[in-house]
Design a protein around this ligand. Structure first.
Ligand code: CP
Ligand code: NVA
Length: 308
């Protein structure tokens, strides 16, 4: 059984296969209706169960459409509607019910340990739809989007300017697995996970961390960012916002990147904080293509989990 938990747990060639399959399914759909089923209907009769502890727009819609286009069906539950979420049932008992009613689960949760616990208890695959620690689905669709516009990502330079968060952690893992150079600029107290950085080092990733955004942005092929405040972020948030005040992706910073560099954001965005309006809504921005590609990549991920 294959769980999609983190990029670092999946082989390089299999991740590449997911991205390539997403590209080819995207191309072969042409102008079909949103929910018309792909010709091979690989998962007819199968059910994807999605459980959300946090809000979601893109992940929810893209997984729902993806499963339907693959011939299957979906059920979406918010955790406050589950006995588990209300504290009335154990994870063990909930996992047993999930396994008997569905074929695959996608979970968006706060604590990464909840995802791991489910993966140990379920007898069906589970997909990480974002935890506080990582967001691997997002990064696969970012790799796909980058390659649609700029060609192979191998050897290219990506700059991450902003919080060292769940999305950054998955991006760091991707830099080793897709062989691109990654410059990360964050204020010192918001650096990415030490565990992920040491995994990256062991896996010979070309990752450079700095607290100077200009250094990270220089000659980059792509500048990426994310909200300064993530869902469920605790602590002194106004202090956090202050620490990031020189980390906005704006015209001045984009000018340091290559002339034809693109701008990416996983969304949702806070215009005027991590990115200026003219950049996210400007010519270099590919954020809507990124959002659309979530659909195609989710199909690749579901296929990887369900096919032997
Ligand atoms: N990027 C992303 O995962 O968006 P949602 O929170 O809307 O799912
Ligand atoms: N870092 C953001 C990503 C949202 C898709 C969050 O966790 O809220």
């Amino acid at each position: 059984m294959k769980h999609f938990l983190d990029l670092s747990l999946i082989k390089k060639n299999e991740l590449r296969q997911i991205v390539e399959s997403a590209k080819s399914r995207k191309q072969s759909r042409n102008a079909k209706g949103k929910v018309s089923v792909d010709i091979d209907k690989p998962f007819e009769g199968k059910l994807l169960l999605m459980v959300f502890e946090k809000p979601s727009t893109r992940t929810r819609l893209s997984f729902d459409l993806a499963m339907r286009q693959l011939g299957g069906q979906t059920i979406v539950i918010n955790s406050e509607n589950l006995h588990l979420g209300m504290g009335g049932e154990s994870t063990e008992d909930t996992a047993r019910v999930f396994s008997s009613f569905s074929d695959i689960v996608m979970l968006r949760t706060f604590d990464h340990k909840t995802l791991i616990k489910f993966s140990e208890l379920l007898s069906i695959p589970i997909i990480n739809g974002l935890t506080n620690d990582s967001h691997p689905c997002q990064i696969l669709s970012d790799v796909m989007t980058f390659e649609e516009i700029k060609g192979p990502i191998e050897g290219k330079t990506i700059a991450w300017i902003g919080d060292g968060n769940n999305v950054t952690n998955s991006l760091i893992e991707a830099s080793a697995l897709f062989d691109f150079k990654l410059n990360v600029a964050c204020p010192k107290s918001y650096f990415p996970s030490k565990k992920v950085l040491s995994w990256a080092k062991k896996n010979k990733a070309d990752v450079n961390i700095t607290n100077i955004p200009e250094d990270a942005a220089k000659d980059a092929d792509c500048i990426m960012t994310d909200k300064w405040i993530s869902m469920g972020d605790k602590g002194n948030l106004s202090k956090k916002r202050k620490a990031f005040k020189n980390f906005q992706v704006n015209k001045k910073l984009m000018k340091l990147a290559k002339k034809d560099a693109i701008f990416m954001h996983d969304l949702p965005a806070q215009r005027g904080e991590e990115v200026s309006e003219d950049i996210i809504d400007g010519k270099q921005s590919v954020v809507w293509q990124q959002a659309e590609n979530r659909l195609h990549c989710q199909k690749g991920i579901i296929e990887w989990c369900l096919k032997d």
